[in-house]
Design a protein around this ligand. Sequence first.
Ligand code: NAD
Length: 246
Amino acid sequence: MNRGIVVTGGAHGIGKQICLDFTQAGDQVCFLDIDEKRSAEFAEENPNLFYFCGDAAEPLTLKRFIEFSLEKLFRIDVLVNNACRGNKGILSGLTYEEFDHTLSIGLKAPFELSRLCKDELIKNHGRIINIASSRAFQSEPDTEAYASAKGGIVALTHALAVSLGPDVLVNCIAPGWINVTEQQEFSQEDRFAIPAGKVGTPKDISNMVLFLCEQDFITGETITVDGGMNKRMIYHGDWNWHYNAD
Ligand code: NAD
């Protein structure tokens, strides 16, 4: 389609699949990633793919990334805020600085990139797609930093949608368990714990990214794509669910 697409964390996993799908749709893609080796190998395969190596936690890197993207793409139609990293939480003695670092990658960078791309996105009636997590809505113990970044990006999504509409539509995807490893097989328990009967793939998320870019009446929303995992009600002793209290 010849759009200019900007993606963070594009060298691996979900971000990589998003980059691939946009290039296959005929777009040009520029991605930011901290992993230089993986980025170089990936971009080498594809003439419509450009990478900028750097840390999304650094505001100067983000500014240079967008300058670089405009040099390569000449326009920006879609910003995908995908990069984030897990971190431990309060039970592990997570420090203020470590908590802040996770927010820098997962929440401050999406705001800063939205700000840097704003004029281009308004001009081109573009889209922002944020990647959250089902952990924005439910938690395991000791996950405060990641859960906060993901809860924050859900709120950032509706705030941006209201500020930038109608020119720019802003949506968010909350993935559940997505396999980004080489693992091919999962236990029956793992598969059956998810109502859809499988662990998700990066393609399950990239399909939703491209779908949302085609819509013009959805904005400010967060769409959960988790195979229904968050919908299952669990009571100890019911339906073969057992809570181990040890
Ligand atoms: P991944 O680890 O497979 O890939 C992440 C990519 O981001 C890597 O290439 C990594 O080098 C890059 N990256 C990490 N920190 C960076 C930084 N500071 N600056 C620049 N690049 C950086 O991860 P993934 O599983 O594909 O996750 C992608 C997004 O999806 C993340 O926002 C993650 O929170 C979210 N998510 C993933 C899952 C899952 O089960 N995989 C579930 C819910 C949400």
